[in-house]
Design a protein around this ligand. Structure first.
Ligand SMILES: Nc1ncnc2c1ncn2[C@@H]1O[C@H](COP(=O)(O)OP(=O)(O)OP(=O)(O)O)[C@@H](O)[C@H]1O
Length: 236
């Protein structure tokens, strides 16, 4: 066992099973995310990638198995505690950024800080810094409808990282972009996550996107079939 395998994971799932109606999306999937790493979860359409991400992020409760984050069983936490944790320790980015259409780029990024109780001035200052890190300084006043796809995803990433989360969950963050915009967004995400020490769980079916990760696991029919080094015993 190499020294990296002994690292206590920031997030660890074991034996996850989840059924949607009659579809068994996960059938005993196990994976761990190490502190500060970018982990790509790949697999064909329908293999269970998004369901796995939702279980790890505490958005969906698995039917079976465990999800451990900072010594807490996410799968057993009460809803209120889960949503607090998602707000304070996790950042989430989806394929279509899901920015608030009525708000400017600056206000979209400042919003999580305002909700956490920061002043308007501080929130705007920090939001501006994060827009800069993602290469969209100067676009503060644009509303989502006025942005390109790449700009919108950069703003979404800035919003996901502005609160200093421990983990960012990114579900096909470049799925709606052309390859040039996709490269730019992924390079910005990888650089910024590494700089801030944020771990990233990146769901993608695109090998070029997965190439930005430190490590890759593949899901097939709801189980992890490669990258088995992802599964280690938790030292708790
Ligand atoms: N809310 C839901 N209701 C019913 N079935 C669902 C639901 N969510 C997912 N599924 C089904 O579960 C299986 C796994 O879906 P999931 O979205 O996790 O896979 P995926 O690998 O992310 O797919 P894609 O790459 O197409 O997004 C699929 O067969 C999907 O149709």
């Amino acid at each position: 066992m190499s020294s990296t395998q002994k690292t206590v994971p920031v997030l660890a799932a074991r034996g996850l099973a989840k059924t949607h109606g009659r579809t068994q999306a996960l059938r005993g999937a196990s994976v761990e995310l190490r502190p500060g790493e970018i982990l790509a979860v790949t697999g064909t359409s329908g293999s269970g990638k998004s369901t796995l991400l939702h279980c790890l992020a505490g958005i969906v409760r698995p039917d079976e198995g465990s999800v451990v984050y900072a010594e807490q069983r996410l799968d057993q936490l009460p809803e209120q505690r889960l949503s607090e944790l998602r707000r304070t320790e996790f950042g989430v980015v989806f394929q279509f950024g899901q920015l608030i259409p009525e708000l400017t780029a600056l206000d979209n990024v400042a919003l999580p800080l305002l909700l956490a109780g920061a002043s308007r001035k501080d929130s705007h200052e920090r939001a501006g810094e994060w827009l800069e890190r993602f290469g969209v300084r100067g676009q503060e006043e644009l509303r989502p409808g006025e942005m390109s796809g790449g700009q919108a995803q950069r703003v979404s990433l800035a919003r996901a990282l502005v609160t200093g989360p421990k983990v960012v969950f990114a579900d096909e963050p470049t799925g709606a972009l052309d390859s040039l915009a996709s490269e730019g967004v992924m390079a910005a995400l990888a650089h910024t996550a590494r700089e801030s020490g944020t771990a990233v769980l990146l769901v993608t079916h695109d090998a070029q996107v997965a190439a930005y990760a430190d490590r890759e696991v593949e899901l097939r029919d709801g189980v992890v079939v490669s990258g088995a080094d992802a599964v280690v015993e938790m030292s708790r």
